[in-house]
Design a protein around this ligand. Structure first.
Ligand SMILES: CC(C)(COP(=O)(O)OP(=O)(O)OC[C@H]1O[C@@H](n2cnc3c(N)ncnc32)[C@H](O)[C@@H]1OP(=O)(O)O)[C@@H](O)C(=O)NCCC(=O)NCCS
Length: 255
């Protein structure tokens, strides 16, 4: 955001009135995206130290900027006037190997075969914020993960400090859903801080469904797609219900 000093012509000439005006500092058309490379290490490290309250080990910077990093990470820089002004680092992992606190993001049907994308870092230099640069970086990741080749990736998720309102507003603006509250998830300067997990479902992924979700889903399909979908899902639901019941009847011991 640019702060501009305006002179108020209606008041005394020496009275300076300071008004904050939001001006785009850069044209998005002039921002280029490129993968990180080994020579970016110092620049990326300085930026992360400025943006995040967490100290990453040097090996992490080496990994994300290494020429082989694209095997493991999606590490992309937004460059303006040959300077890195934004960056996103994400990785894809099998859903079944997630830590306990992240399990439950997806419905049980996805457990064995699905992958998930995890955003490790997303940041934009202070003077370039609110110019759509984080949006550009996130869109690039989403586009990459919604190709046919990556259709196994059913969700993109991240952790964020509960006090990081800019990031929370950003992710909510991008339709990420709050999944979980994580008490004392972070340790920052020796103090425990709470976190949230946010999730964006892609490629047909969805959270575990309870009966309420099923009813909500039915209503939304009814509104969106008319009666046909409701009829099909209604039939499927009664068929499953009937099969379950008939099995339990068959399994009953003879009286
Ligand atoms: C969060 C962050 C990456 C957003 O980057 P950005 O380039 O400013 O985001 P964008 O310009 O693409 O914002 C898109 C939309 O998100 C929302 N948004 C972003 N920042 C916001 C803020 N500070 N307050 C309110 N809404 C905000 C707005 O709806 C915005 O659209 P608008 O500007 O048209 O109103 C940036 O604030 C940042 O780098 N923060 C420090 C690092 C960090 O905390 N990263 C997240 C770690 S999980």
């Amino acid at each position: 955001m640019a702060g501009i000093n305006w002179y108020n012509t209606n008041s005394r000439s020496d009275e300076k009135c300071s008004v904050e005006v939001q001006l785009p500092l850069c044209s998005l058309a002039d921002v280029q995206l490129r993968f990180l490379c080994p020579t970016d290490l110092d620049e990326v490290r300085a930026l992360c130290q400025e943006w995040f309250p967490i100290e990453y080990p040097i090996t992490w910077y080496e990994e994300i900027t290494s020429s082989q990093s694209f095997c493991r990470f999606y590490a992309l820089a937004a460059v303006y006037n040959q300077v890195i002004v934004g960056l996103i680092v994400a990785e894809i992992k099998p859903y079944r190997i997630l830590n306990e606190e992240d399990s439950g993001i997806l419905a049980k049907a996805f457990v064995k075969m699905s992958d998930v994308g995890y955003i490790l870092s997303l940041g934009v230099s202070k003077q370039y914020r609110r110019n759509g640069i984080a949006t550009l970086l996130l869109d690039s990741l989403i586009n990459q993960l919604t190709t046919l080749e990556k259709r196994k990736v059913k969700a993109i998720f991240l952790h964020v400090l509960t006090t990081n309102s800019a990031a929370i507003l950003f992710y909510e603006h991008r339709k990420f859903q709050l999944h979980k509250f994580l008490p004392y998830y972070y340790s920052i300067n020796g103090r425990c801080k709470d976190g949230f997990t946010y999730v964006l479902y892609i490629n047909g992924g969805h959270p575990p469904w309870g009966l309420c979700d099923y009813v909500k889903f039915l209503f939304s399909t009814m509104i969106k797609g008319g009666g046909l979908f409701t009829w099909i899902f209604g039939k499927m639901y009664s068929a499953i219900f009937w099969m379950r019941n008939s099995r339990t009847i068959r399994q009953r011991p003879e009286l």
